[in-house]
Structures are given as C-alpha cells and as structure tokens.
Write a protein that binds this ligand. Structure first.
Ligand code: ARG
Ligand code: ZN
Length: 896
C-alpha cells in the first residue's frame, strides 16, 4: 500500500515569496548521465513581504554545492523540505550559486531536461525547471537569464536557448559552447534548452515597426522537406497578431524546434518554442488536411503566447486560464480568419461556422464530460494535487469560451480596448484572472462582477427554453431559465450571466426582424439576450406569423440548451436556419435522438429501424448545392460516439455501438445514390495543396466512402479501394483506408498491411496506422475481443514504444477513448488491460499515465455491471505502491 498522503494546494493560500531572483546565470555542461548545472542567482529581498528564507524547489537531482556570496553555505543555513531547500540569507541582496548533477538519459518523465533520439530537450511548464536546478520555481518569480551550454560538438552541433545568441566557440575534447541571453525577464517555466543534431529552415521578415527578425524551424535532417507549412503558419501568425491586436514580435530571433518525444502539443518558451513533431512536420504524402490545419493553429497558439502568457504571465498556476483560455480564443479567431480569407467573401461566413463547429465539438465532447465527472473544476480551479492534471479542456477550451463571451458582451471594440488596457497596465508582470477582467470592466465601463462566476463555479449550465406564441397579438414570449448542477465541492451555485444569441424564423425559412416590447424600432435579426437570473422572459412583438426559435446562435455560451422541438422542427431548422452553426446543431440533435432511441430499442430487443424522415433530412442537406463541401461534411456526419455515450444514461457502449452501426448502414445504403454522386462531383484535381476549399471536398468524399462502405455498397467499397491505391496525398489515402478499416472489411485488413509496408519508417504516419486499427468496429459478432486482442498484440510491435507519448496516445488513447464499443467489454477484460497499462506507464511517465487514467473517470455513468468491473480496476490502480501524485489524484477523485 502507498503511504504518502497526497498534498492539496489551495488557491487561497497564495503568498508572495520573501526573496525573488532578478538575474540567473546558468552554465549547463551536457552529458547523457551526468550533466552539470551551475547556476548563479541574484536574489533580492521582496520589501513588501515579511522576512523569511529563500525558497528553492528541487526534485530528482543531486545537490553538489551551494554558495552564498561566494562562500560555501554552512549547513545551519539550509533546511531541506519536500526535496527542496530553504536558505537563510542576510541583507537585501545575495548571490546564491548552486551546482547540481542531473541524469537526462534516465529521465523518462519528459519533464525537466531529457533526451530524445540523441538530443537534449527541456520541458519546464509547469514545474520542470526544479528538476534541472534548485530554484524558486514559480511563475511570479521573473528573472533575466544568461545561459551557457556546452556539449559534444559531434553529437550536438546545434545549441539553442531563449533570446539572442551572444557568443559561441570551441572547447577542448571535441566540445563546444554557445551563450544565449534573453533580454526579457521571465518565469522559469519559460526557460528552454535544445542541444541536438538539427537543421533549419529560415526566413527573414520585417515586423510592423520595420525591424528585421529571423525565423527558424529546426528539425532532424531528413525532415527539412516537411517544415514549410509550419514556417508559413508562423509568418501568418505574426502578421495576424500585428493586424488584429497591434502586437509585434519583440525578439530578433524566433525559433520553433520539433521533438519526437513530448508529453503535450507544444510549449511557448520565450523565443524557443518546442513542439511535438506532429504539430510541425507536414508533407502532402504524410500529413492530412486535418494535420495541416492543426499545425497552423498550434503554431499560432504558441506564437500568440509570446504576448498572452510571456509578456504578461500568471501569478500562480490557479490562473492558468488567464494565458490559456485567452490564447486559445486568439488561435481560434486566427484560424477562423485564415479560413474565411481562403474562402473568399462569399464563403467566409460558412468557413467561420465550420471552424466554430470544430471547436464546439471538442468542447461538448471533452469539456462537458469533464464537467460531469469527478474532475469537474472551474476554469480557475480552487485546489489541485498535481498541477499537470489541470491542463484541461476546462482551463483551455471552456476558458476560451469565457473570453469569447466577454467579446460578445463587450463587442469587438470594447474587447480590444480592454486588451490594450491589459497590456498597458500589466506588461512584464505576473497577474491574475481578476486583473484581466478588471481591465475589461474599466475599458468599457461595464460591471462584470456577476460575470466572474464563470471563473469560480464549475459545471455546465443548463439553459431551458420555453416559447409561447400569442397569435392574436403577434407576440412571441420566450422564457429562459438556467440551472447549474452541483459538482464536487460545489453543491449550490448562483445564476451566471449567459449571453444567448437568438433569431426567429418565419414559415418560409426567413429570419424575422426582431423588436422587443417597448422598443421603438427593429434591432436586426439576431439579438443577444443576457440571461442573468434564474428565469427571465422576453417578448418579441410585431410578428406576422408563429416563429420557429433559433437559440444560442453561434454557440454564444458554453451551456447545454434544452428546448422541446419535434422532428419536423429540427428538420426545418436543418434546412432553413440562417445561422450555419445552428443549422448544423439542429441536424446533430436530430441524429442524437435517432441513435439514442435505436440504442434503447436494442436494449429492449426490438428491431432497429432508422426513420425515413431523418434520412430525407440528411439527403436534403447533402443535395443542397448552396452549401459548401466542408459544411456539408460537418452537417452529414453523425455526432461522435464518445459524445453520444456521455449523453446516454446509463451509458451502454454495446447497445450504442449497435445503434451507431445501424444508422451508419442505413445512411450508407439508403442514400447510396447521393453519396456516389457526391463522391464523383467533389473530386479534387491537380497537385495537392493545403487549401480549405479543397480540404472540404476531400472531407466530404471521405465521408461518402465511410457511409458507403458501412452500408455495404459494393461500388463504395471498390471506390475506396481505388482511392487508397492511387491517392497522391495522405488525406485521400488515409480517408479511403479508414472507411475500409472502420467497417471491419477484408479490404481494410489488407490495406493496413500495404500501408504498413509503405510507411513503416515514418513514425508520425505509423501513429495513424496504430490509431486507425484500434478504433475499428467489429464486423464479426462471433469473435470475442478482436480489437482488445489486437491492441494487446500491437504493444509488442517493432514500431511501437511505451516510452513515446505519441505512440501511447495513438494506440492506447485511441482505444480507451475512441472505441467504447470494443473497450467496454461486458466481462471487464478491457478494464484489466487498462489498469495494467496505467500502472506500467506511471512508473516511467506520470503525465502520460494520468492522461490514460482519465479515460475511465466517468465510470459512474455506466450501467451497473460495468461500474463494478471498473471500480475494482480503479481500486487496483489506487492501491499500487509508489503511485505518482498525477495518477493518484485522478483515481482518488474517481473513487471518492
Ligand atoms: N503551455 C503549453 C501550451 O498551451 C502547454 C504545456 C503544458 N505542459 C505540461 N506538462 N503541463 O501550449
Ligand atoms: Zn497554451
């Protein structure tokens, strides 16, 4: 049994440190097993704080020496505490010099200094710097850094750190050095170092004030032909931030480095962004349209952090959403602008809607699920055991929605003036979410006190809508009420301020001009209602006929909207809603209703029949040539199975899978003629280029194949086979293979082998290969656990590695999260396998283990027989010796 009780950190306990660090001089002598780190800290007493010792955090290192003002510190001045040190200092300033030894080759956590494919890399957010040297490793300690790196020239010809290169040269014994200086004070989590055998693509660019800057994308030599898209994305990001926010790159040099072993997506270290290789490398034959789009948005995200995160950073980690929510909002706006620009004036609105749909899908699938489980937390959490567990969909995606609501409530200009004020007050500081919202309030004169509840209350609000048509008066009365369900530690909640964008549609499908009772004139066709009380009523007047309401247009708030609409009404909005987001959403609601009712029929042993009216509604959407391809692909796709599983209570993955299969088959077979015609019409000719218009057409064609194969349409199977064989780009190649594999066809099985022999040496493409086959649906119901068996045997595959996070996410993450019908086997064998993997991973990499552990946190939503099986495995994990705080927090909360 584990003995150490987890330590909980509380937001309210924040206190500034008695000593901070003004400047850091680092010398890092790299060696695989014995890297020597010498650091000299210029420590300054904080005059506003009661006197106390210098607090140095430290983990997993050997302390070699500690000097104060040049003299070896006597042991009486040093107290050891939780692996860290408290050092007694006199006076107001002191120079503390520390030497540590670290072993990067055995650092499997990928936090701190570690090795990947012979090179050295760092990841310091959130608390990795304390694994390199003893330091007051908190974001409110901002220091200027000068860094000297020494390494073997042969093994590591390239030596990079933050800021500007100020010196470099040869040393004895085949070693060399480089010295870097970062002119901007920064918190330690933004420190970075790279020493490896790399090459780069470079561009010079003039910033808006006319300064010349050097941009570089560093990769392993064989990948140089996959860097162009990342570079283009970086340039577009730079230009966008200048134009949209007036924010300029503040350094002479900006570098992106790709690394194969990385826990998360990427990291915004000052001037030296380090990326998971999958968010950098792209070539038409190895990356899909979706990969291209993701790369553009992650490059943008990290670049935008340079202002929202680095120039103004977080006071403490409870404020994480200050930088993450805001930066996700910024990258979403950027991507929407890029898509709109590519689509041209006519297609811009639809292109923006497609992006919005993508973002909302992520939110509703991951974040709503988080809110409904044991890890539910406000975007600004009140407490945590392990901060790495709080890089969540709530902090990021819901955080971005909260910023978006501010943008909606204050208008674009108001929002922009708030941002300007934020930088004018807080540039160079470590601040809080309150500081940010205060700027928004001050710049616009708006009271945002109630709005702050979005920062402190957890959970997804439920907004219930009721409409009454007063035919005689031409008045439509809309009543909205809100309810925020209890979450762990928050049994009762206050009503929040919820912006609800509303339109009313007439029987011909046209938007009605909107006027509230008491208003002198019409105010447009979409109005934003501000729901701030438990229940409120609005009266729309002067209406010629009964309207169909279109609520929460553009998904104006991160809530669940409940509204009684019959099938005809949903079909009507699918065909007519002028708000493209809601048009899509109407179809999703309809599809959800169809799938979930089929799942219920299956549970009762009834025959499954997909309503013809639903198929007709999809047919109309598919045939509507006024809609662009990307939108049609979204609108004709079924809601994700993971999303639907959360909507089902109790969740029964087996009957959901049966229902999904039935709907896929009916949509494929029943609409075969239109799918085949669409497939033909949407062909994209010419060489591959990443362009949203082309991407939309490819997406729609691939969707057609998915349905046709699922529907057993032989012409569809042969089209997929041909596309797979002759595709000149990865989007088409993989799309065809996915259609064949997902339905469990023999062609799919053969295709996987061909794919493997083509791409076996390409790690990122192999990730796709692993992920696809473990997400496949069962074809033959007589087989017992075909996919679980395959996952288990793939663990031993040559191309697989438990120590590479991308491989783990591809194989295990895709299976646990992406294939509920095969993971949640009634005999519980999937869960035993899950527990074994979590325990195994935790010994090497707690962050990755914790992410896998989270895949069962909503176990209480499942049918009772599954709950029993899951509980015993959760308990087995929880009672494992030496469990990390990361996994311990997850399973502890799940079982609480
Ligand atoms: N700040 C990074 C980003 O948003 C994420 C880094 C998180 N890393 C971690 N180990 N918790 O892009
Ligand atoms: Zn971020």
């Amino acid at each position: 049994m584990r003995t150490d009780t987890p330590v909980t950190i509380h937001r309210g306990d924040y206190a500034p440190l008695p000593w901070t660090v003004e400047a850091v001089e680092l010398r890092i002598e790299l060696d695989p097993t014995a890297t020597r780190v010498s650091s000299t800290l210029t420590c300054v007493r904080n005059p506003n704080v009661e006197a106390g010792p210098l607090r140095l955090f430290g983990e997993s290192m050997e302390l070699v020496e500690l000097r104060i003002d040049g003299l070896v510190a006597s042991t009486t001045r040093i107290t050891h505490e939780h692996g860290g040190l408290l050092v007694q200092l006199d006076g107001d300033r002191a120079e503390v010099s520390i030497v540590t030894h670290v072993d990067p080759s055995s650092n499997t956590t990928l936090s701190g200094l570690y090795m990947s494919r012979g090179g050295y890399f760092t990841q310091c957010e959130a608390e990795g710097f304390r694994r390199i040297t003893y330091f007051p490793d908190r974001p409110d300690v901002m220091s200027r850094y000068r860094v000297t790196i020494t390494a073997d020239r042969e093994a590591c010809p390239v030596l990079l750190s933050n800021g500007n290169l100020i010196d470099s040269g040869e040393l004895d014994d085949g070693r060399h050095f480089a010295q870097w200086e970062d002119p901007f004070p920064k918190p330690s989590y933004l420190f970075a170092l790279v020493a490896a055998k790399l090459v780069c693509l470079e561009r010079k660019l003039e910033t808006m004030s006319g300064r010349e800057v050097l941009l570089q994308v560093w990769v392993e030599e064989g990948n140089l032909d996959r860097t162009e898209h990342a570079m283009d994305s970086l340039i577009r990001s730079l230009r966008w931030d200048e134009q949209a926010f007036g924010l300029e790159l503040d350094l002479d040099r900006f570098m992106i480095v790709a690394v194969s072993d990385f826990n998360m997506g990427a990291m915004e270290n000052k001037g030296l962004n380090i990326f998971n290789a999958k968010f950098v490398l792209a070539r038409p034959d190895t990356a899909t349209d979706v990969d291209y789009e993701r790369i553009e948005s992650v490059v943008a995200h990290e670049y935008f952090h340079n202002w929202t995160g680095n120039r103004v950073t977080c006071r403490d980690w409870f404020q994480l959403t200050l930088k993450e929510g805001l930066t996700v909002f910024r990258d979403q706006q950027f991507s929407a602008d890029m898509l709109a620009e590519a689509a041209g004036e006519e297609g811009a609105a639809s292109a923006r809607a497609v992006k919005r749909i993508d973002d909302v899908k992520v939110l509703r699938t991951s974040q709503f699920a988080e809110d409904a489980g044991p890890m539910a937390h406000p975007i600004r959490p009140e407490s945590y055991q392990e901060i790495n567990n709080f890089y969540t969909a709530t902090v990021y995606e819901k955080g971005a929605e909260v910023i978006r609501m501010l943008h909606t409530l204050l208008g674009h200009e108001g929002f922009r003036s708030g941002i300007d004020l934020y930088f004018s007050y807080h540039d160079g500081q470590a601040v809080t979410c309150d500081d940010f919202v205060d700027c928004m309030a001050e710049a616009t004169g708006r009271d945002l006190e109630q709005f702050m509840l979005w920062y402190s209350q957890a959970g997804t609000p439920i907004v219930r809508a009721n409409g009454k048509w007063l035919a005689g008066d031409g008045i439509y009365v809309l009543t909205l009420s809100q309810h925020l369900p209890p979450t762990p530690g928050q049994p009762e909640k206050a009503p929040q301020l919820i912006p609800v964008a509303v339109g009313l549609i007439d029987p011909d499908g046209m938007d009605m001009p909107l006027r509230f009772e008491g208003e002198s004139h019409v105010g447009g066709t979409t109005r934003v209602l501000e729901l701030g009380e438990t229940e409120q009523t609005w009266r729309f007047v002067d209406l010629p006929s009964a309207p169909v309401p279109s609520l929460l247009r553009g998904f104006s708030a991160p809530v669940r909207l409940e509204l009684d609409e019959d099938d005809e009404c949903l079909a009507f909005r699918m065909a007519n809603d002028s708000d493209p987001f809601n048009r899509w959403d109407a179809g999703q609601r309809y599809a959800e209703r169809v799938v979930l009712s089929l799942a219920e029929s299956h549970e009762h042993g009834k025959l499954l029949e997909v309503p013809a009216a639903f198929l007709n509604a999809v047919r109309s959407t598919l045939c509507d040539d006024s809609l662009d391809a990307a939108f049609r692909a979204q609108a004709c796709a079924l809601p994700g199975e993971t999303y639907l599983l959360e909507r089902m209570r109790p969740a029964d993955p087996t009957s959901l899978r049966v229902a999904m299969q039935a709907v896929f088959a009916a949509m494929g077979a029943g609409l075969a003629d239109v799918w085949l015609r669409t497939y033909h019409d949407m062909e994209v000719n010419g060489a591959y280029r990443y362009h949203p218009g082309d991407a939309g057409r490819r997406a729609l064609r691939n969707l057609a194949l998915r349905y046709l194969v699922a529907g057993g349409v032989s012409e569809g199977v042969s089209r997929a086979g041909t596309q797979f064989e002759y595709a000149s780009n990865m989007t088409e190649c993989f799309g065809a293979l996915a259609a064949l594999v997902m339905s469990g066809t023999n062609e799919g099985r053969d295709g996987l082998e061909v794919f493997y022999s083509r791409y076996r040496d390409d790690a990122l493409v192999m990730d796709k290969w692993f992920a696809l086959q473990v997400m496949a649906w069962r074809r033959d119901p007589s087989e017992e656990a075909p996919v679980l068996d395959r996952v288990a045997s793939l663990l031993g595959h040559d191309a697989f590695s438990m120590s590479n996070p991308n491989k783990v996410y591809a194989l295990l993450g895709s299976f646990f999260r992406g294939n509920p019908g095969e993971f949640h086997l009634p005999d519980g064998s999937g869960y035993a396998f899950w527990a074994d993997r979590v325990i195994e991973l935790d010994r090497a990499n707690p962050q990755v283990a914790s992410r896998m552990a989270r895949t069962l946190e909503n176990w209480r939503h499942f049918a009772p027989h599954l709950q029993d099986e899951i509980r015993s495995q959760l308990e087995r994990v929880a009672s494992t010796d030496g469990l990390s705080p990361d996994v311990s927090e997850i399973v502890g909360k799940a079982l609480a």
